[in-house]
Design a protein around this ligand. Structure first.
Ligand code: OGA
Ligand code: NI
Length: 320
């Protein structure tokens, strides 16, 4: 039988019209069966997105490319004679927006680039919160429920990872980013409009998340899987390298605050709830050492301190 591999694309403008119900159903289906969807007509000015993409590429050339090439040299990655499984072929830097912005601490950003990223970040933050409410509606949770859970005592954590995946002479030898699920809440990704590379794992196959100009790719992190008691899933994804073209991606992570208490929502939990309850920061300490492993042992370990020690001794020392 032919597999249904039509990647879900959601037209957000339809939420205001006659097709609202179908659109909500499409989002629900994507959250249950893909862990991913791509949104269009989200209201972001296209010229802002074009500018962000252009300035990110210029910033890479000016301030990051040399460092990336030095990294290749120091890690012996120029020849790639055997498969490399402990390094990613990527160049990145991080911007934090919440709880406190570090935008003005990042060196080598032009004022223009900083301003564009500030504007873009604020719009992404609002979009993330709107999307969380759409999820609440689909899940039968009261409006604001997820935002409140993520708030903890100091508000959510919101940050952006700016990445470039430079062309790679031997793509079969190394990944741009190894397969993983994201640890946090909801992730909004603005990816290159031409160079592809992002893939997700669905029913045992790696499926491309196709570049679609001015779209934003949404995916769900481990915390939403826990809170929904597994109704929604965080899904494995990876970036493959390409021989041609430098792929840009800007991934923004809307996550719970460090002290937020995460547990399955009571209306979604069953008697034999499979998912643990924990403080978000404890999960992140565990994740730090085992990001590129399956999520199930992480969920299991969060129920049992001795399993945390086994999976990641460094996390256990600080956590328990
Ligand atoms: C990530 C991620 C994908 C990309 O940073 O967690 O999955 O396309 N990024 O950069
Ligand atoms: Ni990811």
């Amino acid at each position: 039988m032919e597999k249904n591999i039509k990647f879900p694309v959601v037209d957000l403008s339809k939420l205001a019209g006659e097709e609202r119900n179908q659109t909500m159903a499409l989002i629900n289906d994507a959250c249950e069966n893909w862990g991913f969807f791509e949104i269009v007509n989200h209201g972001f000015p296209h010229d802002l997105m074009d500018n962000v993409e252009k300035m990110t590429k210029e910033h890479y050339k000016k301030s990051m490319e040399q460092k990336f090439n030095d990294m290749l040299k120091s890690k012996g990655l120029e020849k790639l004679e055997t498969e490399v499984e402990d390094v990613d072929w990527e160049s990145t830097f991080y911007l934090r927006h919440l709880p406190q912005s570090n935008l003005y601490d990042i060196p080598d950003m032009s004022d223009e680039y900083r301003m564009a990223m500030k504007d873009f970040g604020k719009r992404l933050e609002n979009l993330a919160e709107d999307l969380l409410d759409l999820l609440c509606e689909n899940l039968g949770l009261e409006k604001g429920y997820l935002k409140k859970v993520f708030h903890g005592t100091k508000g959510p954590t919101f940050g952006t990872k700016v990445s470039n995946y430079p062309p790679c002479p031997k793509p079969e030898m190394i990944k741009g980013l190894r397969a993983h699920t994201d640890a946090g809440g909801i992730i909004l990704l603005f990816q290159d409009d031409k160079v592809s590379g992002l893939q997700l794992l669905k029913d045992g196959d790696w499926i491309d998340v196709p570049p679609l100009n001015h779209s934003i790719v949404i995916n769900l992190g481990d915390q939403l899987e826990v809170i929904t008691n597994g109704k929604y899933k965080s899904v494995m994804h990876r970036v493959v390298t390409q021989k041609e073209g430098n792929r840009m991606s800007i991934a923004s992570f809307y996550n719970p605050g460090n002290d937020a208490e995460i547990s399955p929502a009571s209306s979604l939990a069953s008697k034999e709830t499979e998912y643990p309850s924990f403080v978000f920061d404890d999960y992140m300490k565990l994740y730090a050492g085992v990001k590129f492993q399956a999520k199930e042992p992480r969920f299991e370990a969060m129920k049992n301190a001795s399993l945390v020690t086994e999976l990641n001794p460094a996390a256990a020392v600080e956590t328990f």
